[in-house]
Design a protein around this ligand. Structure first.
Ligand code: GLU
Length: 532
C-alpha cells in the first residue's frame, strides 16, 4: 500500500536557525505539500549540554514568519500544533518529553546482539585517547578495540549485571560490523557504499541521564512517526550507514524512509561553508529573524533588515534548486507546484547577497501601494509624522492622510529595495526642505537660472484648476520651450527648491503631490535662503 508522505524537520534547539536550516525546513515542506502529505516539526532536544533558552521559540517563530506551518509538531506557545481531527497519535514532538520511549529500543538491540553495554568511564576513554595520540594514532571505539575494553562483550555476565545495577555511567553502544559494505541510496547523490570497518561504535543511550543520543532517538522517532522521507543537511551523510544498520537491526527495513542530503550553503566567494559569523563580517544577515544570544550578543535577521518573508522564502528556494527553466520568482504555493528533488544540485550553493536584495526589490515592485503604505506608516511615525485617514497633507503640522502616503509610495516603489528606503528617497514629500545640498546649490543656483525658475514658478503658482501630472508637464514644457530656455538648468533649479537637492522625482510629480500652497512656500523659502 502506498504510504502517505510524511516528512519532518528536526532541529536541535542549540541556537537560532541559520538560513541553511530554514532552507532544509522549506524543502521538506514543499516536498510534503506537493504530495498532499504531512510536514512534522520535531524538536530534538536530548542534548541538554547544548540546549539554548529561547532557541525553540525562535525556530518556530522563524518558520511561522516564512509561512512554513507544520501539520504536526510544537507551536509558538510550546503546545502541540492543533490538528483538525484533534487526535495526536504521534505526540509528543519534543524528544525530551519522549524520554521513556527510547530505553526499551536500546535494550532490544542489546538483546538481539546489535548493541552492547559499555562501562568505560569518560576518564578511562580520555586516557586511552591520549595514549594513542602520543603514539601518533587515533583511538576509535570499534571492532579493533572493543574486545579489550570494559563492556558486556568482554566482562563475565555476573559482573555485567552488577555494573548495570550499581553504576550509572554506562552506555549502550552500537556494535558496528567489522567488515560490511553498507549499500545506501540517496535521492540527491544516488548510490553510496561504505565499509563499516572504518566506523565507530556510536553511543545510542546513556544511563547517566537516561537519554538517547541523536542517532537512536532519530531512528526510533522517524519510525514511530511514520516518516517516509528524510531530507536533511549533508553533515548527516556520514551517519547514514549507521542509520541504515539501525533500521536493519530493528527489522524496520520495509518502512525505512528514503534519504536526501542537501548540500551546504557556501560563502559569497564560494570558499567554504556560509557560517553564522559571515553575515556580521560581510554585512548581510544569515538568520531569518534577529537573534539575541543569552549573553546579549545581537545577530541581524532578514526580517529586521527589511526583507519580505515571500522574498526570503523565494531566494532560499533558489539556493540549490532550480525549476529547470528561466523562472526566478515563485510564491510559496508556486514553489509547492514546481519543486522537485531531482533538480536539487549536488554541489554547494553559493550565497549571493546582492541577488538576495534583488529578490526583495522584485517583491517590493509587485506589492500594492496600499500594502506598502501600511508597511511605511510605522517608519513615518518613527520620524514624527502623523498619519490619518483621507488624503490630506499638512506640512507645517507633520500630518498626512493615508491616501497621500499611498500616492507617494506608488511613485517611488520602483526605486526602492526595502520599505525602509522610502524615507531616504522621499522624506521631502513629508518635510519641507530647510537646507540645500551645498554642491548642488553651487552648481545650479545661479542668477541666470534662478531668474527663469522664479518666473516659471510664478506661472505654475497661477496655473488654474487642480494640478494633474500630464497637463502640468505639458504646460511647463510648453512654457519653457516657447521661450527657448535651457530646460535642464531651469528644472534643476526648481528641484533644488522643492527637494533641497538636485536629485529626486520629476517636478510635475513633486508639485502635483505637495500641492500649490506648499509649492509656493518652498520656492519662496529657497529664494530667501539661497538668494535670488
Ligand atoms: N537534530 C538534527 C539537527 O539538528 C536533525 C538531523 C536530521 O534531520 O536527522 O540537524
Amino acid at each position: 500500500m502506498e504510504r502517505k508522505t510524511r516528512v519532518r524537520f528536526a532541529p536541535s534547539p542549540t541556537g537560532p536557525l541559520h538560513m541553511g536550516g530554514v532552507r532544509t525546513a522549506l524543502y521538506n515542506y514543499l516536498f510534503a505539500k506537493q504530495r498532499g502529505g504531512d510536514f512534522v516539526l520535531r524538536i530534538e532536544d536530548t542534548d541538554s549540554h547544548r540546549f539554548v533558552p529561547g532557541a525553540e521559540a525562535y525556530i518556530i517563530q522563524a518558520l511561522t514568519w516564512c509561512g512554513i506551518r507544520p501539520d504536526e509538531g510544537v507551536d509558538e506557545n510550546g503546545q502541540v500544533v492543533s490538528v483538525p481531527s484533534g487526535r495526536h497519535p504521534h505526540a509528543p514532538y519534543r524528544q525530551s518529553e519522549r524520554k521513556p520511549i527510547y530505553r526499551q529500543y536500546a535494550e532490544q538491540l542489546v538483546r538481539d546482539g546489535y548493541a552492547y553495554y559499555a562501562f568505560d568511564s569518560a576518564e578511562e576513554l580520555a586516557a586511552l585517547r591520549a595514549e594513542m595520540e602520543a603514539k601518533g594514532q587515533t583511538f576509535i571505539y570499534n571492532h579493533s578495540t572493543r574486545e579489550k575494553l570494559r563492556n558486556s562483550l568482554t566482562l563475565p555476565a555476573g559482573e555485567c549485571a552488577r555494573l548495570l545495577e550499581e553504576t550509572t555511567d554506562w552506555t549502550v553502544r552500537f556494535k558496528m560490523p567489522a567488515d560490511r559494505i553498507v549499500k545506501m541510496d540517496d535521492m540527491i547523490r544516488g548510490h553510496v557504499e561504505v565499509n563499516s570497518g572504518t566506523l565507530d561504535d556510536k553511543v545510542l543511550w546513556k544511563r547517566a541521564d537516561e537519554l538517547p543520543t541523536y542517532h537512536l532517538a532519530n531512528i526510533v522517532d522517524d519510525h514511530l512517526m511514520e516518516i517516509t522521507e528524510v531530507i536533511r543537511g549533508e553533515e548527516w551523510l556520514p551517519s547514514l550507514p549507521l542509520h541504515y544498520l539501525l533500521y536493519e537491526a530493528f527489522g524496520w527495513q520495509d518502512t525505512m524512509p528514503r534519504f536526501a542530503h542537501l548540500s551546504l550553503l557556501l560563502k559569497p566567494d564560494g570558499k567554504g561553508k556560509l557560517s553564522k559569523r559571515d553575515g556580521d563580517k560581510m554585512g548581510f544577515p544569515v538568520f531569518p529573524l534577529q537573534w539575541t544570544s543569552p549573553e546579549g550578543e545581537v545577530s541581524r535577521g532578514y526580517r529586521e533588515d527589511g526583507y519580505f518573508p515571500e522574498a526570503f522564502v523565494n531566494l532560499l528556494a533558489m539556493l540549490g534548486w532550480n525549476p529547470g527553466d528561466e523562472r526566478e520568482l515563485f510564491t510559496l504555493d508556486e514553489l509547492v507546484e514546481a519543486f522537485s528533488i531531482d533538480r536539487i544540485v549536488k554541489s554547494g550553493a553559493r550565497f549571493n547577497p546582492e541577488k538576495a536584495k534583488w529578490y526583495n526589490k522584485e517583491y517590493l515592485r509587485r506589492r500594492s501601494p496600499e500594502q506598502l503604505a501600511d508597511d511605511f506608516i510605522p517608519i513615518l511615525e518613527e520620524k514624527g509624522i502623523r498619519v490619518t485617514e483621507g488624503d490630506g497633507k499638512d506640512f507645517a503640522g507633520g500630518c498626512f492622510g493615508k491616501e497621500y502616503v499611498r500616492k507617494v509610495v506608488a511613485l517611488i516603489q520602483e526605486r526602492a529595495t526595502f520599505v525602509k528606503d522610502f524615507w531616504d528617497i522621499a522624506s521631502y514629500l513629508f518635510v519641507s526642505p530647510t537646507e540645500y545640498v551645498e554642491k548642488d546649490a553651487a552648481k545650479f543656483w545661479k542668477a541666470e537660472n534662478t531668474a527663469l525658475a522664479f518666473e516659471l514658478a510664478a506661472h505654475i503658482g497661477a496655473m488654474e484648476g487642480i494640478w494633474e501630472k500630464e497637463s502640468f508637464e505639458a504646460d511647463v514644457e510648453n512654457y519653457i520651450k516657447s521661450r527657448e530656455w535651457p530646460m535642464g538648468k531651469v528644472m534643476n533649479c526648481l528641484r533644488l527648491a522643492l527637494v533641497g537637492a538636485s536629485s529626486g522625482l520629476g517636478i510635475a510629480d513633486i508639485a502635483c503631490l505637495i500641492g500649490r500652497e506648499e509649492f509656493i512656500r518652498r520656492v519662496d523659502r529657497a529664494r530667501n535662503t539661497l538668494g535670488a
